[in-house]
Design a protein around this ligand. Structure first.
Ligand code: T5A
Length: 212
């Protein structure tokens, strides 16, 4: 049987990585084989693209169209090399960001036409669409406060996106909520402002209908 494809989406600091790891633990305890991946990245090519995108490694600012295609290139590699083969083997794939990130950040955030971004998605991922997407919704101020706490605790410095203006991140959040409204079957919007345990419990509840 094919594995399920689950994705985590949301603004900066909303707890996607934390929750993806917690979910994987619970699924494994239940005997479900899982695979974690993240975007951009997840393959050697994708990780090389991530390095360019995160800290302007190429030494110049990246145009929004080029940025969009770099995220798409990383995803095209990940879908074909990792996600599809794993799903075909019955493994559940949990991906930390996926195509919705491009629609939210480059579409709503940067203001590129969403119709054109959808055409890129069609080319990049085809019918490899998540079975369920958890949108961890969080206000921008709380998300950034978490990141500041992490940076001051010795974590990596703010990356290119984290240095974007406040209004950009507000547009990303609004964009995500719009995507969730447009596809209520696939999306589950989770209030990510609560304690991590509470958020994890809400995610688990919102998966009960598909658990074996
Ligand atoms: N991007 C990505 C695009 O623009 N287009 C695209 O197509 C794609 C795929 C990726 C960047 O690229 C952009 C989006 C991003 O800006 P990244 O480093 O992968 O960069 O960054 P994020 O995916 O945003 O990951 P973050 O690490 O910033 O945030 P997470 O994963 O949402 O949060 P997490 O779990 O790491 O937690 C952040 C901090 O908060 C604490 C954690 O301990 C941690 O310190 N925390 C909580 N604190 C209080 N209460 C809770 N419930 C908490 N949950 C976690």
């Amino acid at each position: 049987m094919k594995g399920l494809f689950l994705t985590f989406e949301g603004p900066e600091g909303s707890g996607k990585t934390t929750q993806a790891q917690r979910l994987i633990e619970k699924l494994e305890q239940r005997g479900i084989r899982t695979l974690y991946s993240r975007e951009p990245g997840g393959t050697p090519t994708g990780e090389a693209i991530r390095a360019i995108l995160q800290y302007d490694r190429a030494g110049e600012s990246i145009e929004p169209e080029a940025e969009t295609l770099l995220f798409a290139a990383s995803r095209a590699q990940l879908v074909r090399r990792i996600i599809r083969p794993a799903l075909a083997r019955g493994i559940w794939v949990i991906c930390d960001r996926y195509a919705d990130s491009t629609t939210a950040y480059q579409g709503f955030g940067r203001g590129l036409p969403v119709g054109q971004i959808n055409a890129i998605h069609h080319f990049t991922i085809g019918d490899t669409i998540p079975d369920r997407t958890f949108l961890l919704d969080l206000d921008v101020a709380t998300g950034f406060a978490r990141l500041v706490a992490r940076h001051s605790g010795g974590g990596s410095p703010p990356d290119r996106m984290e240095r974007e203006e406040w209004a950009f991140h507000e547009r990303v959040r609004v964009g995500y909520l719009e995507l969730a409204r447009a596809e209520p079957e696939r999306f589950r919007v989770i209030d990510a402002g609560a304690e991590a345990d509470v958020v994890a419990a809400r995610i688990w509840e919102n998966l009960s209908d598909v658990l074996p």
